[in-house]
Structure formats: C-alpha cells, structure tokens
Ligand binder design. Structure first.
Ligand SMILES: [Zn+2]
Length: 255
C-alpha cells in the first residue's frame, strides 16, 4: 500500500518529576528524571490518525501530575479538530493514554484483543495492574465495543495505507507500537513500549510492566521496524522535544 508520507506530531499535555529508580529496572541511583506526557497525531493532508488520548485534568490532578493543557488544545494548534477525527489508535489502556475518549465522538478506536481481554479479566483485582488504569475508562471502552466503535487487532495489522500497528506486549498485555511512513522512511511511535530512549537503546525495562521478555521483544521490534534510529519516538522522554523539530510550545514533529 502506498500513500502520501505522513508527518508525526508529538503533543505534550502534562509533566511530572520522578526518579531513575522508578523508571529504569535495576537502577538504584535515585537521580531525578523528568517525565513528559504526550498524544501523537499522524497526518498527510488527506488522512489523520490520533494515537492515544491522554488523561483528563481531573484524573491527572488526582494522581499528582502537572496538567499543562487538554490534549485537544494542542491538537487544535496543528489544525486537528478532535470531533472530526475518525481513527484513534490506543497503544494500551493505561490512564495516561485513554482518558479523553469523550472528545472523539466520531472516532473508531483500534485496540489489541489482548489488551481488552486483560483489562477486563481476572488480574484486575490486583492493585499492581489496577493502579495504572481508570475503571471509568475501561467501562467506556466496553460501552464503545457494544456500540461497534472498537476495531480489534490481534498482532500486526495495517490501519491505513502507510500506518500499521504491531503488538509487542511487555509493558502491558496488549501493548502495540505504530509504524508510520514518513518522507524520511518508516518511523515508529513506540509509546510505552519504550518510555525513554534509554529503555530501548540499552535494553532496560521500565518499572511498570506486564512481562519482562515482552519488554525485550518490544525493544527489538522497535529497532527492527524503524528505518533509522532517529525515526523512533519513545512515549514519555523529554528529550523528544529536543530531538524532533519544534513546531510550537510543547509540540514537535517528525517527517
Ligand atoms: Zn504512559
């Protein structure tokens, strides 16, 4: 399949400070680490896909995050009206990735079977998994499924010409990464398959995880699928805003 190349936008909507022991498996240095929160938009002038939704101000504040703006405001700055977006890929169901579904009344949401299965399954009684989810988000997704608004993927699948999803697991049961054809080649929106450049570059798992072999598999797939290292966009790394092209305050682009 071919199409006009896409530009990828990373739109920051929140921030927090944490430390290296909280984010890098096996790290005991406790050095301060910034964590940025993004949604991503893929657009080629004809088609637009939004990747992940961010959390709402209410949820972010309750969880002690610094909420900078509603993701819809950042998307509006690059000409995207959430109400008219038809395609939303959900990389996984953690609270910081699926909260603003109500802003997308005309979208269908692309999800992995394994993510829905796990997030409605037996282990949700365990705080270790439940902690990263908002029950209201999961209930909304179940409701959308009943309304026919979820598109289920099991593994790897083309979403539109030039845009595909790839299940990697690791961070969550159904974690998926997104490949995007840009004018520089095939790029990877890794989302939380690699929170930081450091995770996949050094094979260091993130501390919140579903299974460690899946994390390593995700790092491998990120490297395999990207045509060049500079075409990889991690999920929460403040360095993204230095390495990509600055478009506006808190918005950078690739392609
Ligand atoms: Zn996240």
């Amino acid at each position: 399949m071919s199409s006009a190349p896409y530009t990828i936008y990373a739109v920051q909507y929140a921030h927090r400070m944490t430390n290296s022991t909280q984010v890098f498996y096996g790290d005991y240095h406790n050095t301060p680490v910034g964590m940025d929160y993004f949604v991503w938009a893929l657009t080629n002038g004809e088609r637009t896909v939004v990747v992940d939704l961010g959390f709402t101000e209410a949820v972010g504040t309750r969880r002690g995050r610094q909420f900078l703006r509603c993701p819809s405001k950042g998307l509006a700055e690059i000409g995207i009206d959430c109400a008219s977006v038809e395609h939303v890929i959900l990389s996984h169901f953690h609270y910081d990735h699926v909260g603003n579904y109500a802003l997308f009344p005309n979208a269908r949401f692309y999800v992995q079977d394994a993510e829905m299965r796990f997030c409605t399954g037996r282990y949700m009684s365990q705080a270790a998994f439940r902690h990263s989810l908002e029950l209201d988000d999961i209930l909304a997704l179940v409701r959308y499924n009943y309304e026919g608004r979820l598109v289920f993927v099991d593994g790897d699948q083309d979403i539109l010409p030039g845009i595909s999803v790839h299940k990697v697991g690791g961070h969550t049961a159904g974690m998926q990464i997104i490949t995007v054809q840009t004018k520089h080649g095939r790029a990877v929106v890794a989302s939380d398959a690699s929170h930081y450049y450091h995770n996949y570059e050094k094979n260091v798992p993130f501390m919140t995880l579903h299974d460690i072999p899946g994390m390593y598999y995700g790092f491998q797939r990120i490297r395999e699928l990207a045509d060049a290292p500079e075409l990889i966009i991690p999920g929460h790394d403040p360095l993204v805003q230095e390495r990509l092209h600055k478009v506006a305050q808190g918005i950078v682009s690739l392609g």
